[in-house]
Design a protein around this ligand. Structure first.
Ligand code: ARG
Length: 399
């Protein structure tokens, strides 16, 4: 058995120390770094990985694949974990895991490795994804078993082996970033009563500092895919998302603060910034309400968002359940054509207008003016029949 391992590598302290730690244990380490829109310079990554002891370093731009194959289906499901979290970090794990599996095959490696801890969700997402794609691979998670008990001990180890560590004073937060959003944990946020300090946020201004004037933004969809902002078309979905992050971010839109239930049984206080996702969820939901008939819309709302969010959060991306739910949401996405106008002001974004060629809204039926074409007499008959069960119940209760 060769001791080749493909390591998911961010270039931060943990994964840099992992490279050396695995090398010391006799592994040949190949690092894998994905650009999922975290907005960091990845040019120095290969050099850094090799200085830490890697034999090979791969860097890949996955922004469009991430946007189209992971963010978009989740948007189409309107999936929010526990009703709030747009699953930013949860979505990047299966994609990275898939790439680790591909490169393990390419390099003939029997191991893959990640830098997740033993009390988080990410270990579960990595490992379930890897096993679903190649159950013969062994997954190593050094952080779960190594000897270091603090950041200081890791830094000491890094210095001993000449591993490049940034001298800059780091923020006290644990941050995970991609184009769909940022998740921020630790430091002062560990007290759920403490308001997140301004330095926790990166993409959103505080609502107090947002412009005094509201901004309008129009997002257009074609068959369930966002394709234009204010009439300007975007062939690349990830570029549309990056621009929406800027637009919403400058109005302080997209901050989320919650206590969430992790898979391992603990509750944790989480802060997120997801400006683009916030706008896209509002817009998509609105177009669904305009273009879907009542039966289908109600079925969708009561069955899809909760189940989809749960499966993504719990690491079941590569499951038949996800594929089947995608089948449903893709079918429904075909109705989602049109444009939504949102108003952005001081930390909030809300829909103020919508239009679609596929709109099921009929003004002559909805109006209260003299143009009204609704048969009011039918209303009386309908109410009589619809209310019959309660009428019978009422009668029997009165006896
Ligand atoms: N709680 C979120 C999740 O489970 C975010 C985790 C992000 N990881 C991190 N190292 N900050 O999806």
């Amino acid at each position: 058995m060769s001791k080749k391992v493909i390591l998911a590598y961010s270039g931060g302290l943990d994964t840099s120390v992992i490279v050396r730690w695995l090398a010391e244990k006799g592994y040949e380490v190949i690092t894998y770094t994905a650009d999922v829109g975290q907005g960091e310079e990845l040019e120095e990554i290969p050099q850094k990985a090799k200085a830490s002891g890697a034999v090979e370093a791969i860097v890949e731009d996955l922004r469009e694949e991430f946007a189209r194959e992971y963010c978009l289906p989740t948007l189409r499901a309107l999936a929010l974990y526990e009703g709030k979290y747009p699953l930013t970090a949860s979505l990047s794990r299966p994609l990275i895991a898939k790439k680790l599996v591909e490169y393990a095959q390419k390099f003939g490696a029997d191991f893959v490795a990640h830098g997740s801890t033993g009390k988080g969700n990410d270990q579960v997402r990595f490992e379930l994804s890897v096993w679903a794609l190649n159950p013969d691979l062994e997954v190593l998670a050094p952080v779960r078993e190594w000897e270091f008990r603090s950041r200081e001990e890791e830094v000491e180890y890094a210095l001993r082996f000449n591993i490049p560590v940034k001298a800059t004073k780091e923020k006290p937060y644990s941050i995970d970033k991609n184009l769909w959003g940022i998740s921020i944990e630790c430091g002062p946020l560990e007290d759920p009563w403490t308001e997140p300090p301004e330095d926790a946020f990166e993409w959103t201004v505080s609502p107090e500092k947002a412009p005094e004037e509201a901004e309008y933004v129009e997002i257009s969809f074609k068959e369930g895919t966002p394709v234009a902002i204010n009439g300007k078309e975007y062939p690349k979905l990830y570029e549309l998302i990056l621009d929406l992050n800027k637009i919403a971010g400058r109005h302080g839109v997209g901050r989320i603060d919650m206590v969430e239930n992790r898979l391992v049984g603990i509750k944790s206080r989480e802060v997120y910034e997801a400006p683009a996702a916030t706008l896209l969820y509002e817009a998509y939901r609105d177009l669904l309400s305009l273009t879907l008939d009542r039966f289908t819309f109600h079925y969708f709302l009561s069955h899809i968002p909760y189940e989809y969010a749960k499966l993504v959060y719990e690491g079941l991306w590569f499951s038949p359940l996800r594929e089947a739910l995608d089948g449903f949401t893709e079918r429904i996405a075909r109705f989602v054509d049109g444009t939504v106008r949102l108003k952005l002001y001081k930390g909030r974004a809300w829909v103020v207008g919508r239009k679609s060629e596929r709109s099921l809204y009929v003004e002559d039926l909805a109006t209260y003016s003299e143009k009204d074409a609704f048969d009011h007499k039918a209303g009386a008959q309908f109410t009589k029949v619809f209310g019959l069960p309660l009428k019978i119940l009422g009668r029997i209760r009165r006896r």
